[in-house]
Design a protein around this ligand. Structure first.
Ligand SMILES: NC(=O)c1ccc[n+]([C@@H]2O[C@H](COP(=O)([O-])OP(=O)(O)OC[C@H]3O[C@@H](n4cnc5c(N)ncnc54)[C@H](O)[C@@H]3O)[C@@H](O)[C@H]2O)c1
Length: 387
C-alpha cells in the first residue's frame, strides 16, 4: 500500500523531532517541506530526503502528490494555513496550541467538517510514555477514584542542549504572533491539556501570574538562547548574530493556577517557577515538569517528560502500603514526537480520529485563556466565558 505523502509546513526548531517520525514509518513518507527561510528549507529537504522544497505554503498545498500536512509554524499562522490545507483537500496535523483564540478554533473545526479530512491537534504529551503509562494506570483503577492533580513546571538553565536562535524567541514574545503567554499559552497548552486528559472538564479557574522582563537574569548568565553569539549556518555560509532580549519581553512566571473540575469536588493546581540557578539536565530545553495524581487509594507520580531533571523512575505508584516503580518504557521526550507522527499517518490509513480532536483543542485553549483572564481580572473564570 502506498504511504501517505506528508508535507511539513514550518521546518524550524521542533520540526526536527517531527522529521524523526518519518524515518521508520510504515504508513507515512516525508515528501515535501516548506518554510519562508529559503536556505533552511533547502538544507532540511536535503537532510531529511524530502522530494520537494517550497517557500510558499500555497505551492505545497497545490501539489497534488501531498496527501497530508503538518503545520509547525508560529501560532498566528495555524488557522490560516490549516484552513487553506483542509480546503485544498489535505489531512491536517496542527501543532499546539491549536490556534490563537476560540474563533479561529471554530473556523478550523468547521473547515475540517466541510472537507471531510482528518484534523488533529498535535500535543506530544499525549504520546510521552510516562504520561501514557500514568493514564493507563489511572483508567485501570490502580489508585482508585482520581481525586486531584498537581502539575509543577520548572524553567532553569543548562550547559548543553538546543541552542535557540533569536528568531525563534522573537515571535514567541510578540503577542500578535504567539497569542501571548510563553508559559500560560505556548507551554501551558500541554499542562492544561494534560490536566483535562487525566481528570476531565474544568468548571472554574483562578490564578496569580507574575509578568517580568526576562532580560536581566538571562543576560547575567550569558544564556545563549537570548544573549550571546548564535552560529547560524545557511546556504550563504556561517554567520554570527549578536542578540539581546528587548525589555518588553515578559515571562509569565512565577505563577499558580488552581481549578475545580466539573460536577465533582476535585481540584487541580499548576505551579510555575523560573530560576536560572536550577540546573536542568536536558537534551532539549532547560524546562521540565512533574505530575502528582492523588486517587482514593494512592498516588501516581510522573517524574520524567521534557527533560531529565530528577533522577527518579519515570513513573512511581503508591497503593496499599506498597510503592511500585515503572522504568520499562522509552522515556525520552523525542520519542513522543515519533509516536505522535506515526499515530497521524496510521490514523489516516485506518480512517480513525487520533488525539486531540478540534473540539478538545478548543477546550484546552479556553482553559489556558481562562487562567490568563483570571490573573488579569482577579476573579474566578469559567472556561466557557472564553469565546
Ligand atoms: N512540545 C511541543 O510539542 C512543541 C515544542 C516546541 C514548539 N512547538 C510548537 O511548534 C510550532 C513551531 O515552533 P518552533 O519552536 O519550531 O518555532 P521556530 O520559530 O523554530 O520554527 C517555525 C518555522 O516556521 C517558519 N515559518 C514562519 N512563517 C512561515 C510561513 N508563512 N510559511 C512557512 N513557514 C513559516 C519559520 O521560518 C520557522 O522556520 C509552534 O506551534 C510551537 O508552539 C511545540
Amino acid at each position: 500500500m502506498a504511504k501517505i505523502r506528508v508535507g511539513l509546513i514550518g521546518v524550524g526548531g521542533i520540526a526536527r523531532l517531527h522529521a524523526q517520525g518519518y524515518k521508520d514509518n510504515p504508513t507515512g513518507e516525508l515528501y515535501a517541506v516548506c518554510d519562508v527561510d529559503e536556505s533552511l528549507v533547502r538544507e532540511r529537504a536535503q537532510e531529511w530526503g524530502a522530494q520537494q522544497a517550497y517557500t510558499d505554503y500555497r505551492q505545497l498545498l497545490a501539489d497534488p502528490k501531498v496527501d497530508a500536512v503538518e503545520v509547525i509554524t508560529p501560532h498566528h499562522l495555524h488557522a490560516p494555513i490549516g484552513i487553506a490545507a483542509l480546503e485544498a483537500g489535505k489531512h491536517v496535523s496542527m501543532q499546539k496550541p491549536m490556534a490563537m483564540n476560540v474563533t479561529e478554533c471554530d473556523a478550523l473545526i468547521e473547515a475540517a467538517r466541510r472537507s471531510g479530512k482528518l484534523f488533529r491537534v498535535f500535543e506530544n504529551f499525549r504520546y510521552c510514555a510516562p504520561m501514557v503509562r500514568a493514564k493507563e494506570l489511572l483508567d485501570s483503577g490502580a489508585i482508585g477514584e482520581p481525586l486531584s492533580i498537581r502539575i509543577k513546571f520548572i524553567q532553569g538553565s543548562m550547559g548543553k542542549g538546543w541552542k535557540v536562535p533569536y528568531s525563534r524567541w522573537a515571535w514567541r514574545f510578540d503577542e500578535a504572533q504567539s497569542g501571548g503567554g510563553r508559559i500560560m499559552f505556548d507551554a501551558g497548552f500541554h499542562y492544561f491539556g494534560t490536566a483535562m486528559w487525566f481528570l476531565g472538564e474544568v468548571e472554574k479557574v483562578y490564578s496569580w501570574i507574575t509578568y517580568r522582563p526576562i532580560r536581566p537574569e538571562l543576560a547575567n548568565r550569558g544564556v545563549s538562547l537570548i544573549r550571546g553569539v548564535e552560529h547560524v549556518v545557511g546556504a550563504a555560509g556561517a554567520r554570527k548574530e549578536e542578540v539581546a532580549a528587548p525589555d518588553e519581553w515578559l515571562i509569565d512566571s512565577p505563577a499558580v493556577v488552581i481549578w475545580k473540575y466539573k460536577n465533582a469536588e476535585k481540584y487541580g493546581t499548576f505551579e510555575v517557577v523560573t530560576s536560572y540557578d536550577i540546573f536542568v539536565r536536558s537534551k532539549y530545553t532547560p524546562e521540565d515538569e512533574w505530575v502528582e495524581i492523588t486517587g482514593s487509594r494512592g498516588f501516581i507520580w510522573v517524574n520524567r517528560n521534557t527533560s531529565h531533571l530528577l533522577d527518579r523512575p519515570p513513573v512511581v505508584m503508591y497503593r496499599d502500603g506498597v510503592t511500585t516503580e515503572f522504568s520499562d518504557m522509552e522515556a525520552d521526550w523525542g520519542a513522543s514526537f515519533v509516536a505522535g507522527v506515526h499515530d497521524f499517518t496510521d490514523a489516516i490509513v485506518q480512517g480513525r480520529q487520533p488525539a486531540l480532536t478540534g473540539e478538545e483543542g478548543r477546550g484546552v485553549i479556553q482553559f489556558c485563556q481562562a487562567a490568563q483572564l483570571s490573573a488579569k481580572e482577579g476573579r474566578e473564570v469559567r472556561p466557557e466565558e472564553i469565546r
